[in-house]
Design a protein around this ligand. Sequence first.
Ligand code: GSH
Length: 223
Amino acid sequence: MTVILYELQGKKDVRFSPYCWRSRMALQHKCINAEYEPVLFSQKEKIRFSKQTLVPILQDGNQVITDSWNIACYLEKEYPEKPTLFGDKYAQSLTKQFNLWMDISIHPLLAKCIMADVLEYVVADRDKEYFRKSREKRFGVSIEKYSTRSVEDIENLHHGLKSISVTLKNQPYIAGESPSYADYILFGSYKFALLTSPRNIFPADGPIMDWANRISNLFIKEL
Ligand SMILES: N[C@@H](CCC(=O)N[C@@H](CS)C(=O)NCC(=O)O)C(=O)O
């Protein structure tokens, strides 16, 4: 059966969505062969079958799963014979908490650092107007006012990531000795920043960078 991951597409086919990266990494971790289908912001008709408007979307035969967290849980449940993404149900529950912490506490800090770069460098030309309007409605100010490319915004992000840095100083992966879905949650955000901004948004050296290199090398042929 064909497995298809619908992912956000930017200029020059850059796949820059942090959430789509989470699902892409989960598929690689599970050693599941998938097709990766690009979707522009303006191609809502392409994903109408999912009855909502966001990516990632996983299509596995007749099954359609939306939202990166649901996709990870689906893969874990439906492919138990493949390498586990979580370990056990307690670790899965803690990973959900980590997922929420990243989305609620870290992503706003990250967004402030790079929204202006996202608009300038990666959103496809035909999507720029939609992106500006939808994000300005969300932020309540212009993208340029929200995301001023200031050093303070980057410092705030690094401060927010401090506990991760301490963890990764003491162990190679977020949940311990081996990579798991928690790593892919953070890695999605790291890739988002790397693919979007010409500036160093994540700490350019230290435990987080060492970890990012380790994760990048895991599925080197596929990335
Ligand atoms: N909670 C969702 C968030 C998905 C999401 O926000 N996707 C964005 C791309 S990063 C999207 O599809 N945006 C389309 C739009 O804004 O029209 C998840 O974890 O999958």
